[in-house]
Design a protein around this ligand. Structure first.
Ligand SMILES: Cc1ncc(COP(=O)(O)O)c(C=O)c1O
Length: 441
């Protein structure tokens, strides 16, 4: 029987007038710092475009490493060419045996898991809390016999690393934070990336701190820091005292490394962009508060839940969860409907890694033995929290939060309009049924 259509304004996706006319632009991304051109030109003229070059004055890469260590409140920062390679060297630095297991959330970008395989280890996917998007302490199943937990701060949420560590420490597991989406997020005043044994970042184009392609590992661990340096520079480290005209990297060779070095142009750009980051956080977070207030009265819609210990958000992607959703109005439809209302790209999260086409290790012959173990360990596992978020939320990119209050009002109006339409389709008595039927509060 067809459900009754209650009156709701015609959506832009159906040819109705959009909430926002196409003439009002959204903020661009990336936004370059004022001094970025000068920073790039100075590298151009420096004669040093790579860290593997003869010494002729300080490298931008060294400057960025010092700045980012200070920003994250850590003693060491090793920049890398990508966030993925940051994860690979962080995992390699732990000195685990080939084939050992690492817990990875099922809801994350594929690199969180492929990095584990690249390091010769087996990722074991664990579910996330559908309220926070991150893993909680009950995801750490001691029977899996994992040696490390790679915890992802997802979208704009932050996992409770202290609580996770209180479970993993007695099991002898290391916690690596994948903070690729969380530069500058803070938990009781401590920066994302500084709470676990190692923290990894991506500076790829879409991230809040970007140089196009880049990454970094931070740590307070005196023993791991020199190992990380060698792992990303073909077994070489910086000379303690550089000599004019001589290579600054020297073959220390205690661990076989690879070349994951960050180039000098990217490093110089990061120094400039980092100076902007906190101002951008302030703008985005103010706007987020306004949106949260506006959406608090819209039924059937919620934002991620943030724990009070998270005292600063880093908005990378902003999930808005629609629950419930009728069968013929999935979140892909919601994303398209919102895009049509707003004239900005609204999209859905990826499917959980358990069924992601991007995570199929058996397609790569060089990882075959690991792929077999990967398949075996996942038999019978399910991920209701990750499935729920991936099928009920839509994402907005952080750049949409770099404008003014009017932008937030438009987003809220569009969400309300689409939610009204959904309610008109789901307007049947729901006796005592909570919309969110997975996970727990
Ligand atoms: C959670 C997470 N981990 C790792 C990465 C990989 O970073 P990169 O693309 O710089 O290799 C990303 C990038 O999107 C990410 O979002």
């Amino acid at each position: 029987m067809a459900l009754p259509q209650l009156s709701a304004p015609r959506l832009a996706i159906d040819g109705g007038p959009p909430v926002r006319d196409g003439r009002t632009p959204w903020p661009e991304w990336p936004q370059r710092a004022d001094d970025a051109p000068q920073a790039l030109l100075s590298v151009l003229d420096s004669g040093r475009w790579a860290i593997s070059s003869p010494y002729r004055g300080e490298l931008a890469e060294r400057r960025f490493a010092a700045m980012f260590a200070e920003y994250t409140g850590t003693r060491y920062c090793v920049p890398t060419d990508h966030g993925s390679s940051a994860l690979v060297i962080a995992l390699e630095s732990l000195g685990l045996e080939h084939g050992e297991r690492v817990l990875v959330p099922a809801l994350t970008w594929t690199a969180s898991a492929t990095a584990v395989l690249r390091a010769g280890l087996v990722p074991v996917l664990v579910d996330v809390d559908p309220w926070t998007g991150c893993v909680g302490p009950d995801a750490v199943d001691p029977t899996v016999d994992a040696r490390a937990l790679l915890v992802v701060h997802w979208a704009c949420g932050m996992a409770d690393v202290p609580a996770l560590s209180s479970v993993t420490d007695p099991l002898g597991m290391s916690v690596i934070e994948d903070a690729a989406q969380a530069h500058g997020a803070r938990w009781q005043g401590r920066a994302a990336g500084s709470l676990g044994r190692l923290g990894c970042f991506s500076m790829q184009q879409g991230k809040v701190l970007t140089c196009g392609e880049g990454g970094a590992v931070v740590t307070n661990d005196d023993a791991l820091a020199p190992v990380l340096e060698e792992l990303r520079a073909d077994s070489r480290r910086y000379r303690p005292t550089p000599r004019e005209g001589a290579l600054e990297l020297v073959d220390t060779a205690s661990t076989m490394g690879s070349n994951y070095c960050l180039g000098e142009f990217a490093s110089a750009l990061l120094c400039s962009q980092l100076r902007l980051l906190d101002r951008q956080h302030a703008v985005r977070n103010n706007n987020y508060q306004r949106l949260a207030a506006a959406l608090s009265g819209v039924s059937g819609v919620r934002l991620l839940r943030h724990r009070p210990e998270q005292d600063r958000l880093s908005l990378y992607e902003i999930p808005i969860v629609f629950d419930p959703l009728p069968g013929d109005m999935g979140n892909a439809w919601v994303a398209d409907a919102l895009s049509a209302e707003l004239g900005v790209h609204v999209y859905t999260p990826r499917v959980p890694l358990s069924r992601s086409p991007l995570l199929r290790p058996w397609t790569k012959p060089t990882v075959t033995p690991l792929a077999d173990r990967f398949v075996a360990v996942h038999r019978g596992r399910t991920y209701p929290g990750a499935e729920y978020l991936s099928s009920h939320s839509i994402l907005l990119h952080h750049s949409a939060f770099l404008g003014g209050e009017r932008d937030m009002d438009d987003i809220a109006a569009a969400v309300e309009k689409v939610a009204d339409r959904i309610r008109s389709r789901t307007a049947r008595p729901r006796v005592g049924a909570a919309p969110l039927e997975v996970g727990h509060e």
